[in-house]
Ligand binder design. Structure first.
Ligand code: AMP
Length: 495
């Protein structure tokens, strides 16, 4: 049986009376509760004609019910499609159209597809329909092949269109096992889980390590400094994005007590700066363990649990992963040279949902995936990311592709053209800045905010608008964003 849930179910069955999830309000879900809820939800999904391979699109607030829903989809062989809760109706229309789900679960119902509602407190039509099921209702664990789809995770597209990365049961399972080994996961570890669960970091990387090992999670609805401070004394592992660490450091009362019980602090999804790494070490006595992953591959590399964790590097490839630094043609480069990071291994996705051309552009004939990240590998095999191809902006751990924002800005009256860039920001890592050429009088930030409301998730919207006479272009007519980034590098530190 290669259904990843079958393996998890076995772990749950062996740990029935242990705490699976502890919420800040004192609510506890034992593994027995989680397992029972997954089986009942599976029955409900089957009742809604969700069959293996069928998609279930989910856009809800984080909750134990949400996690159980994900596991129920795995259980019956459905394809789970999580969506960022910040996406607006217009964005949601695209995802639902593209994924053509059998079922949508959201905060509110949709008219174009069978829908159930689920609020953060567990209430909604999903709950009422569950309650109406017979007491012994249980959807069975579907037979799955290793390569069968388990999830589609949408990444932003450079062309503005999001691409759905197709991940199989084997992608999830192999990465969960490799991370368990790499991070020395222990049965009695307690994970501080304050990440969202619509993204690979919180949904796969974090929960799989805990679930696969029958370990407890302190399951916070969101990252909140006070709640994290309260939960930390009961934890041994924390996973977060760099913003979590910088926000904790910004609190002069952190840490509230000694952190000797903590085994490891893990960080990823965006570059961790050396000042934050050093300040954390100084304040807590722990070196943050930085690792590197992405929606298409879950985790690629990690700094070692035992051995030097070098700030500014993302460590070594996981055991079964082949990683090379290549030029634009895919020819491997020598150690120390900067090129594009390409990876091949059991964690690497099979392609983009319904985009065979995009898949062919980004996965080479020999199976290597072109990540688009620029990096180096040193003589020891340590990987560093030196920049990003494709001008991706990562703000607060979330990806913002400039093209998507630029397209909307270019359409606004009063803007002739726009270039969107990421500028270093003490809190978010990078902040979104729009450099615009106005048609007439200067463009104001509040006017842009008003125009984008309802069209674009808040985290993608510019935080600063810079008005210029013209954008710098190279001879090929391409906007030279590197020059803009240099020119406005200090914009957020000046404000
Ligand atoms: P996502 O698909 O949202 O997970 O974003 C993946 C991208 O995040 C990668 O392609 C990298 O550009 C970036 N990323 C993830 N982890 C790191 C890291 N530790 N350091 C630098 N960039 C990272």
């Amino acid at each position: 049986m290669t259904n990843f849930y079958a393996e998890l179910d076995q772990v749950f069955a062996e740990n029935l009376q242990r705490d699976a999830l502890r919420m800040p309000d004192g609510t506890v879900w034992l593994f027995a509760d989680l397992r029972a809820q997954v089986a009942r939800l599976a029955a409900l999904l089957v009742q809604h004609n969700v069959t293996p391979g069928e998609r279930v699109v989910v856009q809800v607030d984080k909750s134990p019910h949400n996690l159980a829903l994900y596991l129920a989809c795995l259980r019956i062989g459905a394809v789970y499609v999580p969506l960022n809760t910040a996406y607006t109706e217009a964005e949601l229309d695209y995802f639902v159209g593209d994924a053509s789900p059998q079922l949508f679960v959201g905060k509110t119902a949709r008219s174009d597809v069978t829908s159930l509602t689920l609020a953060g407190d567990g209430t909604g039509t999903l709950q009422t329909q569950l309650a109406a099921l017979p007491a012994d209702a249980s959807g069975r664990i579907a037979e799955r092949d290793a390569e069968d789809l388990a999830a589609i995770v949408y990444t932003s597209g450079t062309t503005g269109r999001s691409k759905g990365a197709m991940l199989s049961h084997h992608n999830l399972a192999s990465n969960a096992h490799n991370l368990t080994a790499a991070w020395g996961w222990q049965h009695d570890d307690v994970l501080l889980h304050a990440l969202p669960i619509f993204h690979v970091h919180g949904l796969f990387i974090a929960t799989h390590c805990a679930l696969l090992n029958g370990s407890t999670m302190e399951f916070l609805p969101r990252f909140d400094v006070a709640q994290v401070q309260k939960a930390l004394p009961r934890c041994t592992v924390m996973m977060g994005v760099p913003t979590f660490y910088s926000r904790l450091l910004a609190d002069s009362d952190f840490p509230a007590g000694p952190l000797d019980h903590m085994r490891v602090f893990i960080c990823g999804s965006a570059p961790l700066t050396e000042p934050v790494f050093n300040a954390w070490t100084e304040r807590t006595g722990h070196q943050i363990l930085e690792r590197y992953g992405m929606s298409e591959t879950i985790i690629n590399t990690t700094n070692p649990l035992d051995g030097a964790r070098v700030p500014g590097t993302v460590g070594f490839p996981l055991p079964e992963l082949q990683l090379r630094i290549a030029d634009a043609q895919g020819t491997p480069l020598a150690a120390g040279e900067v090129g594009i990071i390409e990876v091949k291994g059991p964690n690497v996705f099979s392609g983009y949902w319904q985009m065979p051309e995009k898949t062919a552009e980004e996965i080479r004939a020999d199976g290597f995936f072109i990540t688009g990240d620029l990096g180096t590998v040193d003589e020891e095999g340590r990987v560093s990311i030196v920049g990003r191809g494709k001008d991706l902006i990562i703000s607060g751990g979330y990806n913002v592709y400039p093209k998507e924002v630029e397209r909307l800005l270019d359409d606004l009256p009063g803007i002739e053209e726009a270039a969107v860039i990421g500028i270093p920001h003490a809190d978010f890592g990078e902040g979104v800045v729009a450099v615009v050429v106005p048609t007439d009088s200067a463009v104001a930030l509040d006017a842009v905010e008003q125009a984008l409301q309802g069209q674009l998730a808040r985290f993608k919207q510019p935080k600063i608008i810079v008005n210029v006479d013209e954008l710098p272009r190279n001879t090929m007519g391409k906007v030279q964003k590197n020059l803009l980034r240099e020119q406005y590098a200090d914009l957020f530190s000046e404000t």
